[in-house]
Design a binder for this molecule. Sequence first.
Ligand SMILES: *[C@@H]1O[C@H](CO)[C@@H](O)[C@H](O)[C@H]1NC(C)=O
Ligand SMILES: *[C@@H]1O[C@H](CO)[C@@H](O)[C@H](O)[C@H]1NC(C)=O
Length: 728
Amino acid sequence: MVQRPETFTLPYYIHRNPAMLSPMYPPSAPLLAILLLTLSALTTSAEVDLDLKINADHSISLSSALYSIPSICSSFNYDDSTTADDPVSFNTCKDHEKYYKPRAHRVNAKTHVVHAPKDAKSIPTIRQTFHDHGTHVTLQVHVDSPNSFKTNEMKVIDDATMEVEGVDGKALLVPFDNDIISMYQSRDLDNHANNLLQMTSAYVAPFYSEETRSGVVIGSLEHTVWKTGIKFHAKTLRLKDGTFGVHKLDVIAGLNGLEETRDYIPHGWVSSREQSDKANHLASPAFFMGEFNDWRDGMELYANSQVKKNPEMPEGVDNVVGWNSWGVTQFGTTLENAVAASEAMKTLEDVGFEGSFIDFDAVNLSFEEQSKLVETTSENGQNAGVYAAPWSYFSDDLDATVMCGGETYTQRELVKKNLKGEPMKALDKRINVPSVTNYAYDPTHPGVLCMAIDYVEEALDAGMKLIKIDFINWGVMEGGSNSDGSHYEESVTTGMAAYNYGMEKIAEVIDNRMVISLSMAPTFPNHFAHARRIGCDQMYGGVEFTMNQLWGGWWQKEMLTLDPDLIVFNKNEIIDVPSVLKPFVNGFKMDSRSRVNKGVVHGGFYLAGDDMTNSTSVELTQKYLGNEEVNKVALLGEPFRAVSSPERIVVAPSVFELDSKKGGKYLAVFNYNPKSKNIRVDLAKTVVDGAKSYTDVWTGKKYDLVFVAEDAVEFQLRGASSLLMQFE
Ligand SMILES: *[C@@H]1O[C@H](CO)[C@@H](O)[C@H](O)[C@H]1NC(C)=O
Ligand SMILES: *[C@@H]1O[C@H](CO)[C@@H](O)[C@H](O)[C@H]1NC(C)=O
């Protein structure tokens, strides 16, 4: 028998970030500063800022100066041992006849609204808990039942309407993971077509006024068991002037579907736990709800409110600088390429690339090769890195066997299966590209864990200091290795729980001795990692895709170091196009400085990707990654954030800003268009309001700003170029 790994305890110090309690995020309106959840039924206080009322149909209305939700109902499906057939569902509003009038009580900062059933012997008690955190509220649904039960969908808000003060309403849709070129989407809430269209954002969604930036953020704070998300339609009808809104708003634990979560089978079931008083209890994840003067602050507070790892990287690492082999040499990478990269990055040591990571991607190096790489890089004062894809099986041969820990397994035993026991390929079946859509492993299977852990231990033994972990989104897919689609580890009943189980085991073995960098991965959970690639692959000239990821995903900086992917100069596109098309295709590819600026504004990973056995590539890398002043901005370790939302659904905005904690204010302006363009910036909406001049970080030259209106300046940019500016 393979020895089952012992129970996991996180290697990190888990804590709630104190920023949550500090005045760093001033509440947007006086309302949140002195937020008192009061119930008109209980009190007649005149100082009610966030008004919470219980309506006759048992719904709860919640309103503030900025937003109102006239009717919050909570629901869940419910399967107990006494209901023979299909699960039934309970909804606090639709089923109100089964319940007494809800009663509310307040305990410290929590307001509980209790729905007690008239038939307490067979119907669950439902409690909606609103917890006031000063800067935001959390909402959670608790179910208590006399019988043990299970559920695979809980909606803390079911089918609500929300109206928000403001004009030019927008919503940001967050993708479930960063695979197959996922994008962050900007959706217009004033658009009538969006009335009919259901929109889904995974984990979290902000609803905000593009003009004033004020808005509401709703998102899940727990990612241990459930896949979560927000569904809604734009509400453009019957809104008063100066408001925007959404309807059919669902705030869901149990998000599921091919489009939503890349799942073929339903979300796993979650069982109640027996309490000491014999009631069987289950709580939904806590959902964050808050209103903010600037929705961007709201997203950062949301990220900060997650249970997160200690933000320290392994000793000696703040940013990660260096080189990775996936840029150009890819599967053909040899030790010689890595050694050449080590030498090339050594020449940039004095301008920011000291302690470079030379990272071998997607190729399985032998232990001897790994050791050789570690030897070379240490001689150059650098670190070596490896790659792992522990939850994916890149082959169609399910009869192949694998040995680990003295046991032999067939691949068929290890892969995830559907409810009928058929092995399932990861990602969408419609994209049936061999070795892109292969089988997914059950992260709770001891054979799978044994292979993952052996691999990690070998890398540690060889002296590796970074591990890029890829295709791990396959590990979160519903389905397990057992013949009924359940997981090997029977306490694990959902894809999310299986993913946490496996990732935490890997993190425990690594024990902070390597930088853990996630590549293709769900956005959450991420408490076991130091870094995450914010988007899908983007290593060449198509910078706009990555800037879309920074626009929509910058807030992840509160939890992780951001990886914008590689900076490559001597290659323009991912696939070689016929030479007749090259001028056209390359016209859309951005210039070398912009490729660097893409990395700079992410303030995290800063990695070259060219083939350093090619002297032209080395010269280009030395030239463009050799600008010390530019590198200093990257090494501030502070990601920029976007000034505005993209004009169209899935593109990127042009202007990004940074007010550095270390002093210095910056703007980065990108012209993604192949033609030259004047880009107008409303300075009053940036951190450099009042500035008259700037320094071009690339050249050190100082320029006066060209005002075209009061507070509005214009930058003239060549096609496919960008500007990186420092302000006093
Ligand atoms: C990598 O290759 C070595 C042999 O070179 C093999 O023992 C090991 O199982 C391989 N690891 C993976 C994860 O494929
Ligand atoms: C370096 O790369 C460029 C562009 O791919 C190629 O044209 C050139 O021949 C290469 N040089 C060497 C010495 O291999």
